[in-house]
Design a binder for this molecule. Structure first.
Ligand code: PLP
Length: 397
């Protein structure tokens, strides 16, 4: 099915290893390449396109805002960004909002705020405890927070001030907190690590630990937030309130916008401490508002939970036949393991069967379709996945 891509695709710099196909259009859960081949999309733009491809809500909001106000500098208030800040407060229960464009930018804001807190209120403490195999972005500070050893060799030296500890090991966190610590930063479900949920006990334990020592709990919900896991934030499902929360990906459903939110008492930036030319963007804010309103109107959080149940049933029905293991995750951020490290090969075979999958780890398949995917598309997924698994198992024999 794959064919030679169009001229010019080799002009890009860096990024992911890409298969030889070029996408031209998308509608709902389907993407179409330059040769007219259609693919059922279970990658969802890396957990971004919550309303599917080219949703009318986003297209309309973009068109309307583009003819009203595209940009006016973050040195002035603008209407969509103020409305979005209010809406984000309402759905997250947080108090103050910074708006940027990418998840990494939101996390940079969180890291700066934690250091500002350390400088102002904790005697200059600046160390942030974070997790092995977490992922927080690709800027220098967020790469240091991520702590992937391979990056140290090619981009080093790391920004200092991050200590990495085993995800889920509360005792290790308890032992590591000291006078130099200002915050703990983690994902409530590690996404790039292959969907590794933090247990309720672990997250509640971290909350208690932070309260006991007077340090901040930062939850990176760039991947898990905005309904992806069936509630506005994963923290809400677990009943744990962070001090700082970051959101991105699904917020603009494909248009770049992100947010860093904090509780009122940690609103410590002085004018000029935090900003950027494209912060508080009118266009992105109008889109994000339209996304959140559409999600409410469509009762998407409930739909996500129904779709999760349907998907889990499908995966469980395939489990024994194809030796699938450890179906896990929440909402429409699910994963399972294959018996062998050939997830990359399954992704390739599935693509030939018109199904886009993602393999964050050699044995792991991650599913992150549109939040508004319907039953029929999920049934189609079941058929294409089973065909692909059969093909893979025949290869092995
Ligand atoms: N944080 C988490 C949990 C993520 O999954 C990602 C991206 O995958 C990021 C931060 C970085 O977001 P962005 O790629 O928009 O900078």
């Amino acid at each position: 099915m794959e064919m030679a891509p169009i001229d010019g695709h080799l002009d890009w710099m860096g990024g992911a290893l890409r298969p030889d196909l070029v996408f031209e259009s998308g509608q709902g859960c389907w993407l179409t390449d330059t040769h007219g081949n259609r693919y059922l999309d279970f990658v969802g733009g890396w957990a971004v396109t919550g309303l599917g491809h080219c949703p009318s809500e986003v297209a309309n909001a973009l068109a309307k805002q583009a003819s009203t106000l595209i940009h006016c500098s973050p040195g002035f208030w603008n209407v969509p960004a103020t409305k979005l800040a209010r809406k984000l407060k309402e759905i997250t229960g947080m108090d103050r909002v910074f708006l940027g464009c990418t998840g990494a930018e939101a996390n940079e804001c969180a890291i700066k705020l934690a250091r500002r807190f350390g400088a102002k209120m904790r005697g200059g403490a600046y160390t942030i405890l974070t997790t092995h195999e977490g992922f927080h972005g690709r800027t220098l500070a967020t790469m240091a927070a991520t702590g992937k050893p391979a990056w140290r060799d090619i981009f080093g030296p790391d920004l200092t001030g991050f200590v990495h500890l085993p995800h889920g090991d509360l005792e290790a966190f308890e032992a590591a907190v000291g006078a130099h610590t200002c915050a703990i930063l983690l994902e409530p479900i590690q996404g790039e690590a292959g969907i590794r949920p933090a247990s309720l006990e672990f997250l509640q334990g971290l909350r208690t630990l932070c309260d006991r020592h007077g340090i901040l709990l930062i939850l990176d919900e760039v991947q898990t937030g905005i309904g992806r896991t069936g509630t506005w934030t994963r923290a809400q499902a677990l009943g744990v309130r962070p001090d700082i929360l970051t959101l991105g990906k699904g917020l603009g459903a494909g248009y770049p916008i992100s947010a860093c939110l904090c509780r009122e008492e940690w609103n410590l930036f002085e004018p000029g401490d935090q900003g950027g030319t494209f912060t508080y963007p009118p266009l992105g804010s109008a889109v994000a508002l339209a996304v959140l309103e559409a999600m409410e109107k469509l009762s998407l959080l409930e739909q996500v939970l129904r779709s999760e149940a349907q998907l889990r049933q499908i995966l469980h029905s395939l489990e024994a036949r194809y030796s699938l293991r450890d179906v896990r995750g929440a909402g429409l951020l699910l994963a399972f393991d294959l018996p062998h490290p050939d997830a990359g090969e399954l992704v390739r075979i599935a693509r030939e069967n018109g199904l886009l999958l993602n393999a964050p780890r050699p044995s792991t398949i991650r599913l992150m379709p549109a939040l508004n995917i319907d039953e029929k598309a999920i049934e189609e997924f079941a058929t294409r996945l089973e065909t692909s698994l059969r093909h893979l198992s025949h290869q092995g024999t």
